[in-house]
Design a protein around this ligand. Structure first.
Ligand code: NA7
Length: 548
């Protein structure tokens, strides 16, 4: 079956892309989704404690005022059921379901040069074709289960948080081992501990976390969100990270130590990601950063009663926020429970999984259930699950074997008319995702409108554009402390054998948006359309990246 456009994925990106191409451009579009329903990451991530760390008044679409008026969030941070309900409402409002196919995993997408179309195959052997192919597959959706020796011998049950059973897991009275203390593990442990007989948290890298302070939204706040829609949207679309709060312009050195402490204290009590917005230079100046780091470490030591456990939790090896900064609900407090223990894998590494538990250097930890909160093969892993082949059989996997190469995170040379929403090299995971997604969807939609209006058969970037953009992405990263935390999924170091390249664009969403629209306004500068080569863009100006 042929479509003008096929969109892979039915999360925030896929839904809006369908609406934009079908209802604004009048194209025939089909969304293909591996999951049994819409929701994207929120369809799969149903682990205990799962919750978005963007606030609900910003974690939404901004393209429709009417939609904003209709929707009421109930809590400060939305949980998966509420996000799925929101997306369900969007699908109903814009009548999207009729063009979506679920339980349809795309396994291959090959460009047919003679016909100028993409040939798509699914796991069930169905075949589709489309002039434009748009991946809306998410950045963190390919589960990373470490290849621990002995796992196949384990007689209990094990789960990865990103592929959580829909019926839930009953932890009552069970001995549970949780591996991983990233954003997910930090959310999951307190909830698992509430019902488990015993929980052992296996920590490889100690992590910072700031209290989320989730709470039901008051009617006053809900009204404020509706009354201030334009302002909230304006902030989200003009900050570095797409959240609806501004980064302070003050530097750590501008205040006295007492004032600084009071600022951190107030941000800690307020909770959430705004903690990292307290000072402008937290992510660019090591000394400034260490004041925030020490503040969080002091909180850990004051909360956790057992000094040895507190030391293991506070023994953090990277700058604050240089890895994805988690927010939590009683994570550190959880270690004061009598049924919770911490194993520091740096001192006591895992030797193997046995039939009855996990054996570390110091001995056996008997377990009934293992929870892998071990993250994802982020940014490239989900695209690699699809056999993507461009012109003359050029394989994406091969092209990216030294790390992802894109122009603006949107396109790759040799893959004409293929667009990657929030692809590597775009701000993506460093932002409040729906805001980055909206910008990509609108840019792609305008681009396709341009191609059709001018009878242009194909668009793809020039190799030189990809090279310059890649250098610019690295240059921006080097200007921040993100570059100092080499062991991070931003670099791909969490997955064995993955090339170690900083993947997201850290120059700021606001600058990125401007650049994308300028490039389009200049006739898609740096892209090649049909067979006529456009000029590659001038070297991108160096951009320091404050407080991503
Ligand atoms: P993350 O942030 O990648 O965290 C994964 C955690 O699992 C982290 O603590 C890892 O330690 C740990 N890990 C991974 N592999 C192992 C092995 N082999 N042994 C022990 N520990 C391991 O994933 P999350 O799911 O928490 O968060 C991903 C994003 O999803 C998050 O940023 C939000 O955007 C939503 P490490 O730090 O690698 O030493």
């Amino acid at each position: 079956m042929h479509f003008d456009a096929i969109v892979i994925g039915a999360g925030f990106a896929g839904l809006y892309q369908l609406h934009a191409l079908r209802d604004r451009l009048g194209l025939k579009v089909r969304v293909l989704e591996a999951g049994g329903d819409l929701g994207g990451t929120w369809y799969w991530n149903r682990y205990p404690g799962a919750r978005c760390d963007s606030e609900s008044h910003a974690y939404r679409y901004f393209f429709s005022r009417e939609l904003a008026n209709e929707w009421q969030s109930s809590e400060r941070y939305p949980g998966p059921p509420e996000i799925r309900a929101y997306l369900g409402h969007v699908a109903e409002k814009f009548d999207l379901r009729r063009d979506m196919r679920f339980d349809t995993r795309v396994t291959a997408a090959h460009y047919d040069e003679a016909q100028n179309l993409w040939r798509i195959e699914t796991a069930r052997g169905e075949k589709f074709s489309a002039t434009y192919l748009i991946t809306a597959v998410g950045c963190i959706s390919a589960a990373n289960v470490p290849d621990l020796p002995g796992l196949k011998d384990f007689r209990g049950k094990w789960y990865h948080t990103g592929e959580w059973p829909h019926e839930g897991v009953d932890f009552r009275g069970k001995r549970v081992g949780q591996i991983g203390t990233g954003s997910t593990g930090i959310q999951a442990a307190p909830v698992i501990a509430e019902t488990a007989g015993h929980l052992t948290v296996f920590q490889r890298t100690a992590n910072y976390s700031v209290p989320a302070r989730n709470a039901p939204l008051t009617p006053e706040f809900q009204r404020w969100v509706k009354d201030n829609y334009e302002e909230i949207r304006g902030i989200a679309q003009t900050t570095v990270n797409g959240h609806a709060f501004r980064i302070s312009e003050r530097k750590v050195g501008d205040v006295t130590p007492e004032e600084r402490e009071a600022i951190y204290r107030a941000a800690w009590d307020y909770g959430g990601l705004q903690f990292r917005a307290t000072f402008f230079d937290l992510l660019t100046d090591r000394a400034a950063n260490s004041t925030a780091a020490e503040f969080v470490k002091a909180r850990i030591r004051s909360v956790v009663k057992d000094p040895a456990t507190a030391e293991n939790l506070a023994d953090i090896d990277h700058p604050y926020s240089a890895k994805r900064p988690p927010i939590d609900s009683d994570y550190f407090e959880t270690f004061n429970r009598p049924n919770v223990a911490l194993v520091n894998l740096r001192k006591d590494p895992i030797e193997r999984v046995t039939a009855t538990g996990i054996r570390t250097k110091s001995g056996e930890h008997p377990l009934d259930i293992i929870v892998f909160a071990t993250g994802f093969d982020a940014m490239t892993g989900t695209l690699f699950k699809i056999d993507i082949q461009g012109r003359a059989g050029k394989r994406l996997r091969e092209y990216w074997k030294g790390g992802p190469q894109t122009y603006l995170g949107l396109q790759m040379p040799g893959f004409p008319n293929l667009f990657t929403i929030t692809g590597p090299g775009s701000p993506s995971v460093l932002t409040n995702m729906p805001v980055a997604i909206e910008q990509h969807v609108e840019w792609i939609t305008d681009c396709i409108a341009h191609l059709r209006k001018h009878g242009i058969r194909t668009i793809e970037p020039a190799e030189e554009s990809v090279k310059s953009w890649g250098e610019h992405v690295q240059e921006c990263a080097r200007a921040t402390l993100l570059y100092d935390a080499k062991h991070s999924w931003y670099f791909g170091t969490n997955v064995e054998g993955k090339p170690q390249v900083f993947m997201p664009y850290s120059g700021g969403l606001h600058r990125y948006r401007k650049l994308c629209w300028e490039i389009a306004a200049k006739g898609y500068e740096g892209f090649v359309m049909d067979r006529s080569r456009a000029a590659a863009p001038a070297q991108f100006a160096a951009i320091a990246a404050p407080g991503v």
